[in-house]
Design a protein around this ligand. Structure first.
Ligand code: GLU
Length: 429
């Protein structure tokens, strides 16, 4: 039998080296000339500290066993435990988790949270799994990662297709294994288990707090703006509602099935009622149907991207007809898309700043859990606005001072926080 030839090691890419990871790395490289870093710091931060891959078996309802690839990537533990979501999606890869973990590092550092970045995922189609199957998958994944996650090591949270219930299963599995209740192992859990008030709305509400601050700086009245929102989940759905709450008009929204558009503005209460009944936007009667691709090109003032990564690209960026692009999702604009929007003078409110409301209230949740003392909703909302406004102002000032984009400024601000800590700590031993 012929011997299987392995390619020489120098021809094998690093396991996390995928297009999305390269996007994260390219953004890092664009920020480096403006950041206070040296070569060793750059080398250290260009790779995740730890990337774990596990195979998770579960018994399907039909009786057979299926095995799912799953990941957890921790990018930097310089400032504290690593922090980041867990997503269930058919396209999850180690590289995607690594890219998202890098962004979490800059996001946490920019917001001055004592965390580094992490991200996890299970490659599965969550829509094809029953609730008991999702429960078995979550519990077994948690068990496989027992030595990797922990309240002082790495704290998961919801991300795409995971929610409060997922976090409750993780908390229970971990707690059963250590022998006592450990609410601080996850954030984004139900309030009845030590979850924080306002956590479920925090990402979407935070997006609109950042938009509001940007409007103030631009001298715009938010109530006069016409908005398009891609995505109607936990981020886009809440952001759309908050925009309407501020008097703005939401012309279009979309979910995985496509979008709906009304030039006069949508009645979001009716849209939500339709989704509650049909589980999808598809068929919603009082509006025009558009595809997700068409939705991105609708004329508007503010385009909120709150769905997936890689939506505005070199291919469609020239046709985006908005004045401001708001990144509610992580990595929704590719490097090429970003350059084209920049040349066209379209302002981008970058993901690491704009969607940081979620992880900020996650931090508040963790602090409340560790202190066993819980805050009111108003207190949390006010503290979130303070943190986001402070980060926004630092980013805006840095961008003006250095003549760079808001994305570069947000990354520079985040990178400088991590670099200063890394410099002070040094490389062990
Ligand atoms: N998955 C969210 C994010 O990408 C939240 C992470 C967290 O709360 O830890 O920011």
């Amino acid at each position: 039998m012929a011997k299987l030839e392995e390619p020489p090691v120098e021809e094998v890419q690093l396991e996390w080296d995928t297009p999305l990871f390269r996007t994260a790395l390219a953004q890092f490289e664009q920020a480096i000339p403006y950041a206070d870093v040296n070569e060793s710091i750059v080398a250290r931060l260009a790779s995740p500290e730890r990337a774990v891959m596990v195979a998770v078996p579960i018994r399907r309802d039909a009786g057979h066993v299926e095995v799912f690839p799953a990941y957890r990537v921790q990018h930097s533990s310089v400032l504290g435990p690593t922090k980041g979501g867990l997503r269930y999606d058919p396209h999850v890869t180690l590289g995607e988790c690594a890219a998202l973990a890098v962004w979490m590092t800059w996001k946490c550092a920019l917001l001055r949270l004592p965390y580094g970045g992490a991200k996890g995922g299970i490659r599965c189609n969550p829509r094809a799994l029953s609730l008991p199957e999702l429960q078995r998958l979550t519990r077994r994944y948690t068990s496989e990662l027992r030595g990797v996650i922990g309240p002082q090591e790495d704290i998961p949270a919801p991300d795409m297709a995971t929610n409060e219930q997922t976090m409750a299963w993780i908390m229970d599995t971990y707690s059963m294994q250590v022998g006592y209740a450990v609410p601080e192992i996850v954030t984004g859990k139900p309030v009845s288990l030590g979850g924080s008030l306002f956590r479920s709305e925090a990402t979407g509400a935070g997006v609109v707090m950042v938009v509001e601050r940007a409007c103030e700086r631009l001298g715009w009245n938010l109530a006069e703006q016409r908005c398009v929102v891609q995505g109607f989940g936990n981020v886009g759905g809440i952001a759309a509602q908050e925009l309407v709450g501020k008097g703005a008009t939401v012309l279009a929204v979309s979910d995985f099935s496509g979008g709906v558009y009304s030039e006069r503005g949508l009645d979001l209460t009716a849209v939500r009622a339709w989704i509650a009944e049909h589980a999808t936007l598809e068929g919603y009667p009082d509006a025009e149907n558009v595809t997700n691709a068409e939705l991105l090109e609708l004329p508007c003032d503010i385009l909120v991207l709150a769905a997936l990564e890689g939506q505005v690209t070199g291919e469609n960026a020239a046709r985006i007809d908005a004045k401001v692009v708001v990144e509610g999702a992580n990595g929704p604009t590719t490097i090429e898309g970003d350059a084209i929007l920049g040349e066209r003078g379209i302002l981008i409110l970058p993901d690491v700043l704009t969607n940081a409301g979620g992880v900020t209230v996650s931090y508040f949740e963790w602090v409340q859990d560790l202190g066993r003392l819980f805050w009111t909703r108003n207190e949390i909302r006010a503290r979130l606005a303070d943190k986001l406004n402070d980060a926004f102002d630092r980013v805006w000032t840095l961008a003006e001072k250095q003549g760079i984009s808001l994305r570069q400024a947000a990354l520079v601000a985040g990178i400088n926080e991590v670099a200063a800590a890394l410099k002070a700590r040094g490389i062990y031993p």
